[in-house]
Ligand binder design. Structure first.
Ligand code: ATP
Length: 200
């Protein structure tokens, strides 16, 4: 069954911090076990409570990450809120080798870089209802300090602008109601990413 996905285009989920990418991704991975594989990004930020090294992120140092970037080991990388993030070639290869559809959770800077590669994924933008709701979600998540929260919000409006620009994404999902947003994502996945090739 896993081999049925071989050759299918990867799926990029992008959107401002707190917009609900991880939440939607979790639902997708639960709904389609064995079909999708998450490309585990590298980051120099500290783990949040409950985050597991190698599962949620590969936690690394700025020194090591800079060196790996110089050595060409990354497909895309970005600095956000004083921390580095990136997708290594190995992270994508690991998923493809499992015969799964590779899902990448990246920001706008990463999307712009991926567009210059031959990865050829589907691009989905997850849009927050507005910046006040985004702030509320980030506050409720209790992962941010006042400073990191401000930084995340300050880039969010530019990201939404890029997300809404026609042609930049294959699908823009408004994450107002979670079930509604997930339905839109799932429909797109069924019709385009899986292209009728397999069910659950
Ligand atoms: N539709 C929704 N309605 C209400 N709350 C939501 C909705 N979608 C997500 N949330 C909540 O908003 C918070 C942020 O969501 P999540 O962590 O998935 O965002 P993210 O885009 O992955 O952020 P980051 O890029 O910082 O990892 C979480 O606490 C999540 O439970």
């Amino acid at each position: 069954m896993a081999n049925n996905t071989r050759g299918l285009r990867p799926l990029v989920l992008c959107g401002p911090s707190g917009t609900g990418k991880s939440t939607l991704l979790k639902k997708l991975l639960e709904d389609y076990p064995n079909t999708f594989g998450f490309s585990v990004s590298h980051t120099t930020r500290l783990p949040r409570p409950g985050e597991i090294d190698g599962k949620h992120y590969h936690f690394t140092t700025a020194e090591k990450m800079k060196q790996d970037i110089e050595e060409g080991k990354f497909i895309e990388n970005a600095t956000f809120g004083g921390n580095m993030y990136g997708t290594s070639k190995d992270a994508v290869k690991t998923v493809l080798d499992q015969g799964k559809v590779c899902v990448l959770d990246i920001d706008v800077q990463g999307v712009k870089q991926i567009k210059k590669t031959d990865l050829n994924p589907f691009y989905v933008f997850i849009k927050p209802p507005n910046l006040n709701v985004l702030e509320e979600r980030l506050r409720q998540r209790k992962t941010e300090t006042e400073e990191t929260l401000k930084r995340r919000l300050s880039v969010a409006s530019h990201e939404v602008q890029y997300g809404e620009e026609p042609g930049n994404f294959d699908l823009v999902v408004l994450n107002d109601n979670l079930e509604h947003a997930y339905d839109q994502l799932k429909k797109f996945v069924k019709n385009h990413v899986l292209n009728g090739k397999q069910g659950k």
